[in-house]
Every structure is written in C-alpha cells, then in structure tokens.
Design a protein around this ligand. Sequence first.
Ligand code: SF4
Length: 504
Amino acid sequence: MIALLLDETIEKYEQDLRELLMAFFPGEAFCYEKKPEAGLFVCGEKDGLGVSGGAVFPEGAAAGETLQAPLCLTESRSENKTRIKKALYGLLHGLTGEELPWGTLTGIRPVKLPEKMMKEGMADPEILKELQDRYLISEEKARLSLEIAHRERAVLSRIPYRQGMSLYIGIPFCPTTCMYCSFTSYPISRWQDRVGEYLDCLRRELDQLRRLQETPGSRIFGRPFQTIYIGGGTPTSLSAAQLKELLGVLKERLDLSELAEFTVEAGRPDSITREKLKVLRDHGIQRISINPQTMNQKTLDLIGRRHSVEDVKRAFSEARSAGFQNINMDLIMGLPEESLSDVEHTLSEIRKLHPDSLTVHALAVKRAARLNTEGNAWAHLARAGREEASRMTELGALTAEELGLKPYYLYRQKNMAGNQENVGYAEEGKENLYNILMMEELHTVLGCGAGASTKLVLPNGDAAANNGNEFRVERFENIKNVAEYLPRIEELLEKREKFLDPRA
Ligand code: SF4
C-alpha cells in the first residue's frame, strides 16, 4: 500500500502522481493517511516532494530511507504537472533503481507530444532532446514516437480527414471470452436468438446518423464517411447470413461514395469460414484482422481462446485465397506463462504467414478482466519483468522489420507488461487510417452498437486559451450492457439526437 500525504497545492496533481506510482508499482493500493501497513510514503508540499520506503516495500528500497526533491511551481498547471512528475520519477528511480521506458509519460497517446513539437516547427534533434530531457523518455522510445509522428503525417495526407468522419460499429459477441478481455463481449452461443434484434437496433442507429448527416445545422451535417471499422467483440461471430444482412444495411442506408477504407475485425480464427470471407469480399471489405495473440497452443488454452494454432493458419490461408491483400495480425507480449522462447516461436510462425500488418501489444491488466478477477494478474505483471517484456517487444519490432513493416501507430494503456506500448506496423500503403484517426482524436468517429462511443472532434475557438489545442473532443457513450442496450435503444437514440443536434 502507498500512502499519499499531499498538501492542497499538490493534491490537484494527485491523479498524475498516482499514475506514475502505478507504473512503478502495478496493482498497489493507495491510502491518504499514515497507515502502519503502508510500505511507501509519498509526501508532497508546494516546496518539495519526499518519498520514504517502508520496512517491507518496495523491494530493494532501503527500509526507512527518505529521499527528497525540491519543487519550484509556476502559474501553469501543465508545467507544474511536468515538474512534479519529473521530481517524483527521480525519487522513485533513486529508491528502486528502476527506469521506465516512457519516463514520466502516463497518458495513452505519447505520439501527441512529438506531433505537437513538429507543428511548432521544432527540428527532429531538438524534439528527441526534449522528449528525453523533459519527459525522461528512453532514447529508443523517443525515436519510435518521432518516427511514428512523421509516418502518421504522411499517411494522413492521403485524405482530407478534417472534413470527414469515421464510423465504428461494435459487434459485442465472441466465440468465448478470453482471460485478459476487457471489451464489451458476450459468448455468441448465449445470444444467438437475439442477434436479429441487435441488427435491428444497429439499423435504427444508422438511420439516425444518415438523417443527421443530411440535416443542416446538426453537428455532423455534410460530413462524408471516410473510414468504417467493424469491431467488437468479434464481428465474424455472426453467421454469414447475418454478416451479409449487416453489410447490406450499411450500403443501403449510408452514402459511402467517399469511403477510403473499410475494415472488419475478423479477430478470432475459430469464427472465420470461407463463406464469411466471401461475404466480406463481396461487400468491398479491404482489410481484416486475424488475431492469433500467440502461436503457442498451451497459452491459447490457458487464456481461454478455445481455438488452435492450426485454426490461425487455416483462416489466414483461406483469407489469402479469398483475395484479401491486407491482413493484420495482433500479438500480445507478456501473456501468462510465456517466456522469451515462446515469443520467438510465435514470431517465427508469423514470419512464415507474412501478414501485411502486425500489431504488437504488451499485455495490459484490466480490473474487470478474468486475468485479474480469477488469476493473480498483478503478480503476473511483476513476474513478466520489465527487462523480459522489453526484450519481447523488441523481438516483435525486429520481426516487423524483417517483414518490411513500418511502425505507424502507437498507444499505451494502464498496467502494461514492462510499461511498454502497443505498436501497429504495416507495409507502406496498407496502414489503417481509422486506427490513427481514432487514436489521435483527429476527426469525428460515430459509434453504433452496445458499448460503442461517439467522439465529436470540434474546433476549439481560441486555441491559445485552451493550452494550444485547436480542437476539443466531446463524447457520447452507448449503453454497454447488451441486455440493456436492446430494450433501451429508443432512449439512447433520443439522447444521442440531442448530442448530435443540440437544437433537437
Ligand atoms: S476475442 Fe477479443 S473481444 Fe473477444 S473475448 Fe477475446 S479479447 Fe475479448
């Protein structure tokens, strides 16, 4: 347990301090008084921070040792946040000897920083220096984030994305629930009888979007759809007939004349059949994902995927035979019981398949996932070890390089193995626009289905008064639980109507 003893000046930055502490000590609980069971005390006052290691925690810290760092706060909240985090990082590093690859950065979009610096006209060497000096990011990660910022810029120059928007459709069903899953997902076998009802709700959502897209004065008026992403869950859990119905509805209801990209997350190989692949091809889907996560059968069994390594190979070869020239594969590094040699095996199998893009994730422990509720996820994260997780991530990057794939998008989550990141690699020209647009919040994404969210990206007016941000994001969340989403669709539509057209 970590005790946070902060005065009113530092209290405002509590969330930032907690996030950094969680990156050093995943899974630790917090308290706000001097409890005897607290193993670490973090004291914060306007003039300085102090950290004392307790008798039993953290491992490696000298019992009772106190480290202090002076603070010099300014009028600017964001500057103070940077200074406070940097001071705390120094103390925690002093106490534990550990370094985090992303330094003081705890947010999910590290590429935003180099992107902003590029916009301000800074040259690459200056950006790299700033990322390392100010945010204590390792040289390797600083270079990676800068490379991705440049590539994102080049990829996005292909479409006038500021004028358009994207559509996300969530299909919250899967063959079974994976142990690490935190998405909205229900076993399809239990919901088969209500899929028709679900598709009807989607139809009603799409009708609303189309109407508002054509209503002068609405917040999405006149914006064409530029990318569509059908995800979930596993959309290919639907039968071929249901998929055909869904894709037919989309084409019939929406104007897709400016669509630059259409992706379906096929995901679980056990949900993919030749018939479904044909339906996808017939409806113009260009990019699909077939996600092994690992090519080790013992791990697949352990994490509840309930499919075989052979299923992955079969689905991949059937997708190629069906004509798909843009297939992504997702992998997770740091899965339970996996060692470096397991990861090496997975990567050698992936090299043989040669996907067009590869997304290398570091395992993230989510509170609601079975990995946490049924297993000892935090102990697992600690076991995974920063060094080993970092080596796994490096091997993933090397494989991508061997396959001729370049990193083009990156995001981070809380509680990731080794404090690493998720990186999307792709062959040039096969990058997923939607991933970049959504991750970097560059344009409006409308979400349909249980658990989907709509993010409106709107001009900010006075950017100077808004921390230099030219755009702001407003969110609308659909009902997450599918059992509530179905009967409450009317209420959801009414609320979203007001969100998308405040005059309604
Ligand atoms: S396939 Fe994906 S969405 Fe489905 S249960 Fe597994 S992790 Fe969750």
